[in-house]
Design a protein around this ligand. Structure first.
Ligand code: NDP
Ligand code: BG6
Length: 507
């Protein structure tokens, strides 16, 4: 075996901790082919290739074992694809020679194959290229690993999966694997998602399918389990006796520019709430898993989702920002919400009566994603001199990752008065010099390692669609209409009223 073939194993051993042991991540070696389908597209350019580059830079992908294939219908040469990617990875005018060389070395790993998504010819050609790469790396000594990343519209997932199955599976007798990574949106409602799951499920086993939700790759989302279950502090407090309400919020300060066509078909609930925010809700609400094994964690997430009660219409506020319909790709009478606040209620012993308020919006006044856990008032308040603030535990997922606790302290000075203050763990200050990895980087590495902990299981997806499908159908049928709001605002005022009705108190 060539030196360097052990790179991923070596790196994995850095995770010589309970995570690695409990996941039984046996590191694998051997020739690795990463195939990005839809390589000409937006996601590939903005997220997939940059994530692969970062993994390469950090030594997780070694040139003597890895090759990257781009596949799409567009007819371009290897060099054209490399130039496009280069433009995204580096500014040639300001880059140092070292950076430029590093990018050039990475780009040499990339080859492009053009073909359609529903005919064998292109996939046979792709298979030939992958096999040549495997032979050139002498992979028979080990095993060959094939990772197919579908950076494609979901409409072509079934035919692409069929083609992969027919033409491109790993052929090594000595082990190895074939895995596929699929992007959201995975379906449009319960029926379409189940149909898609069934079509892909006929071709691949669940352990081969990685349904990506990039929020699960964010540092502070991954921190949720640690915070909740590694701190004695929270154990007795994390329940309906102490917590008044939970907010999970996503705001963007830009609209749907450039993606209006896609967005109008899906809307903010399918784009953000049904997946990203609901996944966060699972981690906030779930019971402690038996272990950190992916199946144990996902079992608990499914239970939370299955305990969510049907959404009540009067606990929903929808909005659409003024100007959204000016986009030429958006129909003039579009009913698609670009903003939604939805209250979910979990019917179990821990959470009965605690509203989980999920809020997401485009073209708002700021860009932020956070979890706000608000505690109940202190009973028998003796500090009447000033209205007592509530305790609030806030996890800011982005930007500027931070965890802070709002609490009441004595106002410093001679008077006995109270003031709201914070215990603040801002990552920028506390972990200076530490680079927080991009979500996609982490998740792609997980797919190579075979760790499905941060990916959505089929039953989880089904339970998530079950929660939102009735509401989505009402919106699709025009039975519920979005309220207008000004771009750059907080969204419709009715959303703040709903928040107050749900019990949230501004601290
Ligand atoms: P694109 O629209 O850029 O499509 C990707 C590639 O797919 C295109 O370059 C094109 O390649 C091919 N393609 C496009 N439309 C069709 C079609 N109707 N039939 C067959 N092939 C088509 O998509 P994105 O890259 O933006 O997204 C890919 C996936 O990732 C989607 O599922 C999307 O929802 C998801 N996603 C995207 C994000 C983003 O920021 N862009 C964020 C999160 C998820 P060619 O014509 O060369 O074959
Ligand atoms: C994507 C949505 O899944 O997430 C986009 O399709 C959204 O509409 C994006 O802009 C937000 O991701 P992040 O990581 O920037 O919060």
């Amino acid at each position: 075996m060539e030196s360097g073939q052990w790179t991923i194993e070596k790196r994995s051993s850095f995770r010589n901790d309970s995570f690695a042991r409990d996941n039984e991540n046996v590191p694998e070696t051997g020739c690795l082919s990463i195939i990005v389908l839809g390589a000409s597209g937006d996601l590939a350019k903005k997220k997939t290739f940059p994530a692969l580059f970062n993994l390469y830079r950090q030594g997780f992908l070694q040139s003597n074992e890895v090759h990257i294939f781009g596949y799409a219908r567009t007819k371009i040469s290897d060099d054209e694809l490399r130039n496009r990617i280069r433009g995204y990875l580096i500014n040639d005018k300001t880059a140092t020679k070292g950076q430029s060389d590093e990018v050039s070395d990475f780009l040499q790993l990339i080859k492009y194959v053009s073909g359609s998504y529903d005919a064998e010819e292109g996939f046979q050609l792709l298979d030939k290229e992958i096999s040549e790469h495997e032979l050139s790396k002498n992979s028979l000594e080990g095993s060959s690993r094939r990772l197919f990343y579908l950076a494609l519209p979901p409409s072509v997932y079934p035919s692409v999966c069929r083609m992969i199955k027919q033409c491109c599976m790993n052929k090594s007798d000595l082990g190895g694997w074939t895995r596929i990574v699929v992007e959201k949106p995975f379906g449009k409602d319960l029926d379409s998602a189940e149909q898609l799951s069934a079509q892909i499920g006929e071709l691949f086993d669940e352990p081969q399918i990685y349904r990506i939700d990039h929020y699960l790759g964010k540092e502070l989302v991954q921190n949720m389990l640690v915070l909740r279950f590694a701190n004695r502090f929270f154990l007795p407090l994390w329940n309906r006796d102490n917590i008044d309400n939970v907010q999970i919020v996503f705001r963007e300060d830009f609209g749907t520019e450039g993606r209006g066509g896609y967005f109008d078909e899906y809307g903010i609930i399918r784009d953000i709430i049904q997946n990203h925010l609901l996944q966060v809700l699972c981690l906030v609400g779930m019971e402690k898993p038996i272990s950190l094994k992916p199946e144990h964690i996902r079992d608990e997430k499914v239970k939370v989702l299955q305990s969510v009660l049907p959404i009540s219409d009067d606990e929903v506020v929808l909005g659409q920002y003024d100007g959204y319909r000016d986009d030429p790709t958006v129909p003039d009478h579009s009913n698609t919400p670009t903003f939604a606040t939805v209250v979910l209620r979990i019917h179990n012993e821990r959470w009965e009566g605690v509203p989980f308020i999920l809020k997401a919006g485009k073209a708002l006044n700021s860009r932020k994603a956070e979890i706000r856990v608000q505690f109940k008032d202190v009973p028998g308040d003796i500090f009447k001199c000033k209205k007592q603030g509530r305790n609030e535990f806030v996890i800011r997922l982005q930007p500027s990752e931070a965890i802070y606790m709002k609490l009441t302290v004595k106002q410093p000075g001679l008077e006995m008065s109270t003031v709201q203050s914070e215990l603040d763990l801002s990552y920028g200050q506390r972990y200076q010099g530490v680079t927080i990895p991009e979500a996609y980087e982490r998740l792609i590495l997980d797919t190579i390692r075979g760790d499905q902990q941060h990916f959505v299981r089929r039953d989880e997806l089904k339970a998530a669609w079950e929660i939102f499908t009735p509401l989505l159908h009402k919106i699709d049928n025009g039975e519920m209409k979005p309220l207008p709001y000004q771009p750059g605002s907080r969204g419709p005022a009715e959303a703040d009223e709903l928040l107050a009705r749900a019990g949230y108190v501004q601290t």
